[in-house]
Design a protein around this ligand. Sequence first.
Ligand code: SF4
Length: 517
Amino acid sequence: MRKPTTVIERNTLIKRWDRVELKICLCSPVPYEASVLNLALQIIYSMWNMREDVLCERAFPNVYDGVLSLETKHKLSEFDVLAFSLQYETDLINVINMLKRNKLLGKRRDNRPLLIAGGPVIMQNPRPFSSVFDALFIGEIEEVSDKFLDSLKNSLEERSLDSMLDVPCVYMPSVEERYAKRCYVKNLDECFYPTAQFYPEGIRVAFGPSFLLEISRGCSYNCRFCLARSIYMPLRLRSLKRVEEILDQGLKSTKLNRVSVISFAAADHPRLVDVLESIVSRGLKFTLPSVRVDKVPLEVLTLLRKVGQRSVTIAPEVASDRLASIIRKGIYPEDVVRLARELFKVGFRKVKLYFMIGLPGENEKDVIQIPQLIEDIVKVGFFRVSVTVNPLIPKPHTPFQWLPFIKKEEFEERRKIIINGIRHKNVVKLSFLNWSEGVIQVVIARGESDIGRRLARVEGLLSKRKTWIEILRYLRERPKVFHGFSIDDRLPWEVVDVRISKKFLVAEFEDFHRNLR
Ligand code: SF4
């Protein structure tokens, strides 16, 4: 049973229903507490509500059971459009359940709101979502927001989705099977930024409620397993002047004393130290939840500790030099130990580590080095080392997109090697992503539209067991989704152009294969 949440919130926007032409409900497939750290939701909510002719409310599965909007308690079926912002593969399951609870799944388009979705999981591969949604948005919304809202209005007026084809980043196979080209913001300084951000009072959220500050978008590194790199390129920086404007406006309307600097490449921002000093000089604390700590200067780590952050995350991903050079993250085991010593010196006593298994060319020797590296970090003196080990999900639009997913026996063997190699079990807290959850992720990441259709047709709400049964049936028909594709195959996600060339991906794929020999 999901626990219902009563939300008392600041910066909620409530508009009159009789004064607008387009009513949109922004739906989150994950609970309220997990969505307040989602910058995309903050951007869309503020930006769409700025239009006089539009209102945008929100719905969450744990608020009014996901059937009423948070702001005015209207039924989801009363809105013109339901817009979903989706981050993870398993969001598909939550979306299907949310639509089922609202009796909207499988209904004809003229008897229900338009269903649209966007977000990283849609950019990576819209196919599995295309049988549930009418239109899928590929990219970043800010620069095309007005055009997109106008196309929604026209589609509703004309009772036809055709006018949505005016927006080139919309994927809509039910109308026309065409490539959708990812749209992105060219200049972060010129684009809209939400300064009056909604936040809850009296509900625990990760890191505590904080003002979300994005100082850059995209990433300058070339990690071969990483989807974010491909779908958020190129790297764009927000100027210090604009960041300070955002902070000053944000402080007026968002009365929080903590700022989350949420950019992947925050460490690459040439003015990062100035940004952090600006935050501190305004009497605020900050966190850097997604930063690569191996790339930030020591003074930033010291500042982080000073403002009260107690734990840091390092993601070496692998523990052997050989695999480190294959994944191209640019961090080697000896760097990890050196970094851990620096972190300890500046006062951190807890560290989180992320590793992957199931990489191309990985052998027992590579895996044995994972617990050895963990033990080297324990020796530095930390009193808590939390380790998460995930199987590699070979993601679309990356040089690993053609690879197989790790087999169950191999996964279990490698898991045992890691568990048995840990001696300081009182210091190290190990957790593994369940193998079957990895399979579900890989199927939704690399599947065709029929996986969405199958899941949507299951009787009643989708449970873990029902989902797993459908996933196994699907893999019998489409084994390549699990076992890997050949370089000449037409891949399901090639219906979107995320602006990364296939020639580059093939060259990278061939390059790491050469190095495996
Ligand atoms: S540094 Fe992080 S975000 Fe950037 S490419 Fe590597 S894994 Fe992706």
